[in-house]
Design a protein around this ligand. Structure first.
Ligand SMILES: [Zn+2]
Length: 138
């Protein structure tokens, strides 16, 4: 436990520092990016535990995208580190694509004429009231 007694606890909160960090605009952007990017895993885990099935909620893709953009701007405008920039330079592509596919799927939902509930695109009958939502195939 030497490392614990060797930490100068006072230094972490003096000379304009908070938690040993010299805060300025880009530190806020970078740490906000860390927080947003890190939180996505817990959002996904929560959704999976709730459904008792592995799911990826749309919030996961939004948090991934926002976190990536914040961390990419931190890399581009503050650290200028090629390894760091490359880590986030292309990650946004699958996030945006997942969001587009999610939106198209949402738009393709059919509103039940009986109860108004939104039904999946390929549903023939409403899962809530049983009314036919798709035109009968002839
Ligand atoms: Zn219905």
């Amino acid at each position: 436990m030497d490392w614990l007694t060797n930490i100068n606890w006072h230094d972490g909160f003096t000379n304009g520092k908070f938690l040993w960090i010299d805060w300025h605009f880009w530190k806020v952007i970078g740490w906000l990016g860390n927080l947003v990017f890190f939180s996505r895993i817990y959002v996904q885990w929560y959704a999976t535990e709730k459904r008792k099935q592995v799911v990826v909620p749309v919030g996961f893709w939004w948090l991934s995208l926002m976190g990536t953009l914040l961390l990419l701007s931190y890399g581009l405008f503050y650290t200028h580190d090629s390894v760091y920039i490359f880590s986030y330079a292309f990650a946004w592509i699958p996030y945006v694509r997942n969001l587009i596919i999610h939106q198209r799927h949402e738009d393709a939902h059919l509103d039940c004429p009986g109860c108004g509930k939104s039904c999946p695109p390929l549903a023939n009958f409403c899962g809530a009231c049983g009314v036919r939502v798709a035109p009968a195939k002839t």
